[in-house]
Ligand binder design. Sequence first.
Ligand code: PEP
Ligand code: MG
Length: 838
Amino acid sequence: MIDSSSGSLALTAPLSGWVAPLSEVPDAVFSGKMMGDGIAIDPTDGNVVAPCDGKIVHLHHAHHAVTMKSLFGAEILIHVGLETVALQGRGFTMHVIEGQQVKAGELLVSFDLDLIGHEAKSLITPIIITNGEEFAIGQRFDNRAIAAGQPLLTLHRLAQQTSLADPVPQHEIIRKVIVPLAHGIHARPAARLADLAKSHDAELFLSWGQRRANAKSPVALMSLGLVKGTEVTLSARGRDADAVVAAVAALIESGMGEKEAEHHAPPAPTPEPAKAVWIAPGVAAGVRAAPGLALGVAVRLKVAEIAVIEAGQGPAYESRQLEEALGAVRALLTAASKGRGPQAAIMAAHLAFLDDPELAETANSAVTAGKSAAFAWRRAIEQQIAVLRGLSDPRFVERIADLTDIERQVLVALGCAPAEEATPLPDQAVLLADDLLPSQLVGLDTAKLAGIATVRGGPTSHVAILAASMNIPALVACGPVLEEIAAGVRLLIDADQGRLVVDPTAELIAATEAKIAERAERRAAAMVGAHKTCHTKDGVRVEIAANLGSVADAEKAVAAGAEGCGLLRTEFLFLERQSPPDEAEQAEVYGAIARVLDGRPLVIRTLDIGGDKPAAYLPIPEEENPALGLRGVRISLWKPDLFEIQLRAILKSVPAAQCRIMLPMIASLSEFREAKALMERVKAELKIEEKIEFGIMVETPAAAITADILAAEADFLSVGTNDLSQYTLAMDRGNASVAAQIDALHPAVLRLIEKAAEGGARHGRWTGVCGGLASDLAAVPILIGLGVRELSATANQVADIKALVSGMTLEDCQALAQRALVATSPAEVRALAAKGDK
Ligand code: PEP
Ligand code: MG
């Protein structure tokens, strides 16, 4: 079996059946060689035998996969069928145990061919060399029938070794790191990591679970699907293995500038294109990808299919063609990736895709097999797209448009289609497309582009980022209804409402034009006073702060004129990961936000998870009604260790003069007292003597009604109108069926806010609002009239709110508030507010 004169190892067939190349396995993880090179057998009987002498190193608990290590050091995975893990051992019988030495031909596993053939996706069995960095496959006996025990393939050792009898592998450097990036290893971090890996000679692999990726391949790195909190193993061999492992680990651990999520909320899932229905005559729904209102005429962007010829004109010729085409596209992307801003960053990511060694390898092997350069390139891209499609995280799936984009650019450079001319646009064009590619958008005359609507796509796609950076309102995932819209017809896009209106009436056009003009004027005027301290016309101080979820949010808020932060949603640090952040990680982020706020007050809400914000690592028992279960402050009191770590991180990193700590979801004074006692203990341990304001959120009707009792001890109250509305109106804030009725301007909610402000005032405490109502311009005068003196809104509303407040007197606000309290519905309150506006 080992030919010691040539250093090669022969493997025999572990099954009888038909031998196929790995590329024919209908599973991209195998066909894309994500787990290594190999071969496959479509079995005709149910016995798996050892393909060589060796040791069983791993048996999967579902009994469908066995890995053995040959005496020679090669690791061979035999994976019976596809998606057979789901059978959880049904139909399989193991005949060996882990650690057992076996002889070639010895029975390892037997299985029920009929049962598995019937219930699994496929019986085809990949046989993979999982340590391909040490062994290369030589001869393959594929495309033929085979009996178990007949020659299947030969392996050659790659690494230098003093003696074949000495199986000690070349020294391998291994290190584990936890991914701290809020959005995991997505396209841009993958491109940076691959770049770094490429600057070293050593081969570096990242592995997680059963997946393994060559670190020099950004697509392979992305395909690992690494999310925040995942522990990934780095393993390298070669001359500078130490250095590459240290450098890549340091880059990952640095967070690559993405430790903090850009938003507090988890990303919106990539929506499936909606069904081909109009939600009302001439009105389609979509998902907001870039905000704003747009009016214009429909222009259809068609992407012509590019046909490619499969057969090549000889490997040498095709390989030269491919190289030249890649060179041409590389030059264009290199020029476009210079500079700053989202467009340059996206082009840099495309450049990394273009130079992905896995794409090159797949394309080159197809060229070697006689295919044309164009066919080979398309095949390479398609394989990677199949892998991305199989990942559950929508952010990875959204990268498919990027791959499609470079596929087209290379095919054009190969001459398969004429260079794509930018679609000529009329003024005020509203672009309709199936799914827009970044290069198409960049190539358009964007000065003429009023809006964009696509059939597919997701809100975190690169096109969405580009549209937002160009201030072009955009909707994605509108569904096939867009195909029914004729070019040239007038369209209205209200991205904020997720609506597209075909052929709007003259009244609607006039109203929208007026709104667009008014918004522009109001914004320009508001920006003039955005950085002033806010008072009403008659001198009442109202603090206008911003809600934050990251350092980037803090930067935006300060630039927008926010006077501080009225709600830092710290849970952004705790969600979408597998373990909670430690004290150092939290302190680093809180400290960084405090520094950006530069002395402005920072209200830090303690951990608010549970309910609609689940954290997988918390052993919250199954709850029938999580909104009424363990959430908010209840979690902190249930897990005081977690709470204490957070308090220490806050108190250590945020200067006392700036620091205000706020407890979420308080229902009674005992909770406040228990939490405060803990805070006082931590403060004493840290020897902090200054006063730290310690307040509560009013999110439960109980807290609003007993605000006078709570405010006797709490330093401030801040109303969370999102939850207060849900608990007052008994309407789940996440339930689309009641979304239209859950309006915080309901008089019942307003009466509770009044009660909270009264309770606060009785003890000289300030009452603020940090829920969504604070960002609603219609609500602002009413809230001030009810006694609210701090509003914490989204950063982009700060200037408008300040402008509004400075134009009103307290008396006007109080009169309006009194009318609102006796209104019969939220609609009536809104009508009153609109009248008050006149
Ligand atoms: C609220 O409930 O109004 C609030 C501000 O908290 P969150 O939206 O984070 O639950
Ligand atoms: Mg809340």
